[in-house]
Design a protein around this ligand. Structure first.
Ligand code: NDP
Length: 313
C-alpha cells in the first residue's frame, strides 16, 4: 500500500485559520497579539525566514515589527534592544533570528528575552519547564511534530519513538514532548552504534540531522511513521539523480533550476517502506511558523488575563 503523505502545508493552513479566529476574538476584548523579530547583520536566508514569519502574523491578524541591527552591533547593543522589547506591553513575543554574527554572545541574548515573551522556547527557564512537565512556551519545530501526529490521528502513547539528532532546538525538545505524550523515547546521535538497527525499531522515527537523505531503507521499519525535520540544499547533479530518481518531475525541476531541497531521509525509500511520512519540502517546515504564531497568541492571551479586561476568562 502507498505510504500516506502527511501534508504540512494543509495542517499549517488549518492551524492559521483557527488562530486567526482566536486573534479576532481577543482583539474584540482589546488585545492584538504582537511579535517583534530581531535581525542582526545581513544574512539573506535569515531575512527570508523573518519575512515569512511577519507574513504569517499578517495572515492571522497579529501585529509584527522587524528590528534590524547592523552587523557590527555589540552584544550589549542587542541586550539593550531586547530589554526595551521586554518592557513594551504590546509586544507578546520576541524572536532573535539565528544564527547571530560570531562576535555576539547568542546564549546571553537568548537568556535576556523575558521567559513570558520567549516564543521560540529557547530560554533556560522554558527549557526547564519543558523538562519538568510544567506549562511553558515550547520550541516551535518540535511542537509542530506533535501537531502533525495529533492532527493526522496517529497515536503516540505507548509507541516507540526514535529521534536522530540531539540539538537544543530540535532533537532534545522533540524527545521531551514525545515523552510527555507517553511515547517510549530513544535519542540517537553521531556516537550511536548501529544506528540503523535502533531506527528500525521505531514506530515514530524523527530525523533531525542536517545531512541530505542520510537515513535510507535500512533505517526504516516496515510501517513506521517518519517525520523528516531536515532541510538540505542539493546542487550536485549526481546526488540529485540518486535522491530524486523516483520523482521525474522533481528531477526535471532540479535540471532547470540547478537546486533542490531534500530532507534527512531518502525520499524514495521512505515512500516505499513507511506507513506515513512528511515530505521535504511541505512537511515539518510549514508547522514551525504555525507554532510560532500559536506561541505568540498564547502569550497574548496571558496578557489579556493579566490585564483583567478578559471578563469572559
Ligand atoms: P544540529 O547540527 O544542531 O544537530 C544535528 C544532530 O544530528 C546532532 O545531534 C548530531 O549528533 C546528529 N548527527 C550528525 N551526524 C550524525 C550521524 N552520522 N549519525 C547520527 N546522528 C548524527 O542540527 P539541528 O537540530 O539544528 O537541525 C537538524 C536539521 O533540521 C537541519 O537540516 C536543519 O536545517 C533542520 N531544521 C529544520 C527546521 C524546520 O523548520 N523544518 C527547524 C530547525 C532545523 P552529535 O550531537 O553527536 O553531533
Amino acid at each position: 500500500m502507498a505510504a500516506r503523505i502527511l501534508d504540512g502545508n494543509k495542517i499549517r493552513d488549518d492551524i492559521l485559520a483557527e488562530l486567526a479566529a482566536k486573534v479576532e476574538d481577543i482583539a474584540e476584548r482589546g488585545v492584538k497579539p504582537g511579535l517583534a523579530a530581531v535581525l542582526v547583520g545581513e544574512d539573506p536566508a535569515s531575512e527570508i525566514y523573518v519575512r515569512n514569519k511577519t507574513r504569517a502574523c499578517d495572515r492571522i491578524g497579529a501585529f509584527s515589527e522587524t528590528v534590524h541591527l547592523p552587523a557590527e552591533s555589540t552584544t550589549q547593543d542587542l541586550l539593550e534592544l531586547i530589554n526595551r522589547l521586554n518592557c513594551r506591553e504590546e509586544i507578546d513575543g520576541i524572536l532573535i533570528q539565528l544564527p547571530l554574527p560570531g562576535h555576539i554572545d547568542a546564549r546571553a541574548a537568548l537568556s535576556a528575552v523575558s521567559p513570558s515573551k520567549d516564543v521560540d522556547g529557547f530560554h533556560p527557564i522554558n527549557v526547564g519547564r519543558l523538562a519538568t512537565g510544567t506549562p511553558c512556551l515550547a520550541p516551535c519545530t518540535p511542537r509542530g511534530l506533535i501537531e502533525i501526529l495529533k492532527r493526522s490521528e496517529i497515536p503516540i502513547a505507548g509507541k516507540r519513538a526514535v529521534i536522530v539528532g540531539r540539538s537544543n532546538i530540535v532533537g532534545k525538545p522533540a524527545a521531551l514532548l514525545l515523552l510527555a505524550e507517553h511515547a517510549t523515547v530513544t535519542i540517537c546521535h553521531s556516537r550511536t552504534p548501529d544506528l540503523a538497527a535502533v531506527c528500525r525499531q521505531a514506530d515514530i522515527l524523527v530525523a533531525a540531522i542536517g545531512r541530505p537523505a542520510f537515513l535510507t531503507r535500512e533505517h526504516i521499519g516496515e510501517g513506521a511513521v517518519v517525520l523528516d525535520v531536515g532541510i538540505n540544499r542539493v546542487s550536485n547533479e549526481a546526488v540529485a539523480e540518486r535522491l530524486l530518481g523516483h520523482a521525474p518531475k522533481r528531477l526535471e525541476r532540479f535540471r532547470k533550476s540547478g537546486k533542490a531541497l531534500v530532507g534527512d531521509v531518502h525520499p524514495g525509500d521512505v515512500a516505499e517502506i513507511a506507513a506515513a511520512y512528511t515530505p521535504v519540502p511541505g512537511g515539518v517546515g510549514p508547522l514551525t511558523i504555525a507554532m510560532l504564531m500559536s506561541n505568540t497568541l498564547d502569550s497574548a492571551t496571558r496578557r489579556l488575563s493579566r490585564s483583567g479586561s478578559d471578563a469572559s476568562a
